[in-house]
Design a protein around this ligand. Structure first.
Ligand code: ADP
Length: 212
């Protein structure tokens, strides 16, 4: 619902100013994949590395958001869509605030991922497919949820009783069965550099490679 009588109020400090002060650009990386594929673990690893590089980054974790802003939502088709719409709106604010957002969400439907993409310009949104077979995810099962889903205790569980539509053309794919955590984090950092998020204007890499 759009409230037509409410008028958008621009501030006098804009995203470009904040990017300049931060000495890097902002954007949203959506890490999508099956539960236990490694989305949160990789997002936290990337966040830590960016922090070390003095870049502003923040993880939005699908499970964590369900404790607060999304605590009224379940896992139906409509609720999943709404959960991602809210994440997208929060991310828009964070990106305007100059932050690199790492959103770890299963986001199983192409339609929803494409919707998120449509909310950003093409330099500000990237889809990262955290790829792992369902067999390996079931084997890892860090929270015991696959076991419960297979026993019918949890319903609408992605990969078991609810579909996961694989990304057809992700901006980046990391396979957590063939790459370890360090390699996956390096791949994401390398990708951010290549896409120019850690540079400003002249294309020069301006953040220190390592601050110890
Ligand atoms: P998701 O956020 O996709 O549900 P998590 O990051 O919460 O997944 O859990 C992934 C589990 O898989 C963790 O226990 C992690 O230690 C393990 N794991 C094993 N190999 C890898 C890898 N190469 N990358 C990321 N996680 C891995």
């Amino acid at each position: 619902m759009t409230v037509k009588s409410v008028v958008w109020h621009d501030g006098s400090v804009c995203r470009a100013d904040r990017n300049l002060m931060n000495r890097h650009k902002s954007g949203l990386l959506l890490l999508t994949g099956l539960s236990a594929a490694g989305k949160s673990t990789i997002a936290r690893g990337v966040e830590k590395e960016l922090f070390r590089m003095r870049a502003r980054a923040y993880v939005l974790d699908g499970d964590n958001l369900r404790h607060g802003i999304n605590n009224d939502l379940g896992f139906s088709r409509e609720n999943r869509k709404e959960s991602l719409r809210r994440m997208s709106e929060i991310s828009k604010l964070f990106v305007d605030a100059g932050i690199v957002v790492l959103a770890a969400f299963i986001a199983p439907y192409r339609e929803d991922r494409d919707f998120i993409r449509s909310c950003f310009d093409k330099e500000s949104f990237f889809e990262v497919y955290v790829k792992c077979s369902i067999e390996e995810c079931k084997r890892r099962d860090p929270k015991g949820q696959y076991k419960k889903a297979l026993a019918g205790i949890i319903s609408n569980y992605t990969g078991i009783s609810s579909p996961y539509e694989e990304p057809e053309d992700p901006d980046l794919a990391v396979n957590t069965e063939t790459s370890d955590l360090k390699q996956s984090v390096e791949a994401v950092i390398g990708f951010l550099k290549k896409k120019g998020l850690l540079t400003l204007g002249d294309g020069k890499f301006i953040l220190p490679e390592s601050v110890g």
